[in-house]
Design a protein around this ligand. Sequence first.
Ligand SMILES: [Zn+2]
Length: 247
Amino acid sequence: MRLVPSKTPWLFKKLFPNYIWELSPNNKNDKVLYLTFDDGPTPDITEWTLNLLKKYKAKATFFCIGNNVEKHPEIFNAIIKEGHSIGNHTNTHVEGWRTKTEDYLEDFKKAEIIIEKAYNKFSEALKKHELVSNSKTQHSEIVNTQPSFTNLFRPPFGQLKNSQGKALIKLGYKMIMWSVISFDWEQYISPEKCLNNVIKNTNSGSIIVFHDSVKASVNMEYTLPKVLDYYSKKGFRFEAITASNFN
Ligand SMILES: [Zn+2]
């Protein structure tokens, strides 16, 4: 049985007011959605996602697992290159409720170090590339529209003890929860149902959860193009979550 509904109930938001459940657009008539992708980078699936987002000029936020960044640095670079945001999703996809806060923070820290290192390496390469392309006035192959590393955290399984959340907020992280879960990873959910979960529950400012993981790929590959198409036609923009959302 599924315990978590597709749309986050107001009670959750009330119980954890320090966590981010949705974002309010600056202008109340603004139509903005925040797509998020957890658990990558994953070969093929993350790249497929990036290509699709590009087609719709959509920016998103990728909550990466440190271990996966270490395994697939080139895919991690591709995410940054496209101007998306990056968040921390722990190093080994830890279950918060079953893990001592100390151990949880240690796993988080490992991911932070890996992500920062990979990000800095890319930034250095980008700077050098810019120097080269400026001097030769060549067409720049690397396209990084926005700096993308922000202090965002999403707890795996949505599980977080109070003490863990408090410690991470103290470290300057924003706890990014969600307003809409597609349940793309659930094997008993059909692609049509997955799409319906999103369409039924999304409003401007919604933070929507997808997964660029093997498990979720069947449902995600069906649902994501339709969501992008549907909301683009309705005049929505898709933005990455950045520090400017919290000013
Ligand atoms: Zn996850």
